[in-house]
Ligand binder design. Sequence first.
Ligand code: SF4
Ligand code: MG
Length: 336
Amino acid sequence: MERLLEVNHLEVGFKTYGGEVQAVRDVSFHVNKGEILAIVGESGSGKSVTVQAVMRLIPTPPGRIKQGEVLFDGRDLLKLSKREMQKVKGSRISMVFQDPMTSLNPTMKVGKQIEESIITHQSVKRDEARKRAVEMIKKVGIPNPAERYEQYPHEFSGGMRQRIMIAIALACHPEILIADEPTTALDVTIQAQVLDLMKGLKEDMGTSIILITHDLGVVAETAERVAVMYGGLIVETATVEELFHRPKHPYTWGLLESIPDIEAAEKERLVPIEGTPPDLFSPPKGCPFAPRCKYAMEVCVEEMPPAFAIGEGHEAKCWLNDPRTPALTELVSAGR
Ligand code: SF4
Ligand code: MG
């Protein structure tokens, strides 16, 4: 499979009065052509910061990309000039955020906003851009596209606004769409519709998608591969099927147990795992999950677990996967 984007050893810190927060620590992952990769984790796990670094959206200062590379089309995006990066953004990699209201211009017709995005990134005439904008409104499943073109953001529901954001992001046929919690603000039914739309557009246009979410239910519905983040680290990477059938990290086990069932979904936001995420001012030298992990051993506190290879494309940063702890591994998988 062709790798479209590859992130290697990314580290991002933020200076504060209390010291530097290590928001992202040695994160590596890749996205294949035409696939949906989900990055899942609790808030504060570093997933948004990771994709903001990819898009060069980290405010500096206080933020700082301390290390790493983001390879796209043979170039390191972190080394591009602002101008070169501007060309990549929007036309080759674009982004959709959680709250469409803050990204849409309330005083501009939505059709015009799509049109502007097309004109900014591509050399097409206004007539053509307008035609394509109307087509995009139709493509994202909004009825009466020509009339909707003339309307303002407040005339759209939350779900429809998110569809418009997706239309803006995809209008220039980017190779990668990064969606940061795109459906978190929507209710469950609308959420499912928007996810379906993204899946359909991926099939249709061949766009690769990086989907950021805190919800493994969303991952199961949408993605092909998944990276689980905790405490600024990717702690497990696998295909979605592997992750659900053969999870190898206690944090992933906790996330899986916390998926609410469909009926309860709207009422309860389950607290996934007891305890609080690690203090990223002074991250622990060992496994960041150790204080919350019921399987923690001495080595866990002393030493950062390396990424153990579990199988094809499946890795987990947990000492339980070390061949030197066979008894415990058996014990734990038997207990699951
Ligand atoms: Fe738990 Fe140790 Fe594995 Fe960390 S490395 S998740 S503390 S068993
Ligand atoms: Mg976030």
